[in-house]
Design a binder for this molecule. Sequence first.
Ligand SMILES: [Zn+2]
Length: 162
Amino acid sequence: MPKVFTAKAARDYPSHDIKKWRAYIRQRIKVDPKTGCWVWQLSRFAQGYGQAGNAKYFGLDRYAHRVSYSVFKGPIPPGLKVRHKCHNPPCCNPAHLLLGTQRDNMLDNLRSGLSITMKLTPAKVARIRQLLMQGMRCNVIATQFGMSAKAISHIKTGRRWA
Ligand SMILES: [Zn+2]
């Protein structure tokens, strides 16, 4: 894992220089040719959101998609969330991001959690259940299966695959 906050970073990314912050995002993503998503390549939070390690030191956000929104589209009003139209948490494509309330965000997560869960085969579900029984944590399993931790917890609680 690269160490993202260095004295060099402080020199290279002054908080007022929007062009450099746009480059900061572009250098840390890979475009998915199928979806157009800008997929964050560095560390992620458990929910799958990109971690913008050094951005938070400059008054920006620790979430990569929120940094992307603010440097490409504009400031995020207090209390509002940045939502993913593509339901892909590590995505930082400003064209896929829009503002919303906490409630909108919860609905988004619910929908994406459910649709991903429904794509699973019974064999995969059995494998996930086995890992859960062995005590593996939801977010670790989620990473392995390319799913949200929420979707895994649906399986754990049996809400989706009883
Ligand atoms: Zn996207």
